[in-house]
Design a protein around this ligand. Structure first.
Ligand SMILES: [Zn+2]
Length: 149
């Protein structure tokens, strides 16, 4: 079985395709560990405020997995703690597990500011593992923002 570290490593690789966008990558794994979809943040590239890596990867994964929109048994790996939109999207997609790298104290919705995915009022709550390869994920963002100044 593929480890959480390997999953985040795959998301880091996906992030490298972000170009002018903030390098955030996401990969969706099928229950058997195979890659269903990978995406990087493409907000600038697509001129789309909702084109976060997680949303793009979930859309592609849902079109490839099963016969509907549900991603039961699947894992979403992302380099950064998801925002409210992405946390909401992964709950709606019924993703079983979320693995992420760096924490996002300014916008994080998986414990930093809110905890959307583990809100007891929702009937689907994925398993969560945060802080996986945290330093590598944070370094990638830091390098990007350093070159932006
Ligand atoms: Zn997001």
């Amino acid at each position: 079985m593929i480890s959480s570290e390997d999953m985040v490593r795959a998301a880091l690789k996906a992030a490298s395709g972000a170009g002018a966008d903030v390098p955030i990558g996401a990969v969706v794994f099928a229950p058997d560990g195979t890659v269903l979809a990978e995406a990087c943040n493409a907000r600038e590239t697509l001129g789309d405020p909702t084109a976060h890596a997680e949303v793009l990867a979930l859309r592609t994964a849902a079109s490839r997995f099963g016969d509907g929109w549900r991603l039961d048994g699947c894992t979403l790996a992302v380099t950064l703690e998801p925002c409210t939109m992405c946390a909401g999207a992964l709950v709606l997609a019924r993703v079983s597990r979320l693995v992420f790298g760096a924490w996002e104290p300014k916008t994080g919705a998986v414990s930093s500011l809110w905890d959307v995915v583990r809100d007891r009022r929702l009937n689907h709550r994925p398993e969560v593992q945060g802080g996986v390869l945290e330093q590598e994920c944070a370094d990638l963002l830091e390098r990007f923002f350093r070159t932006q100044r």
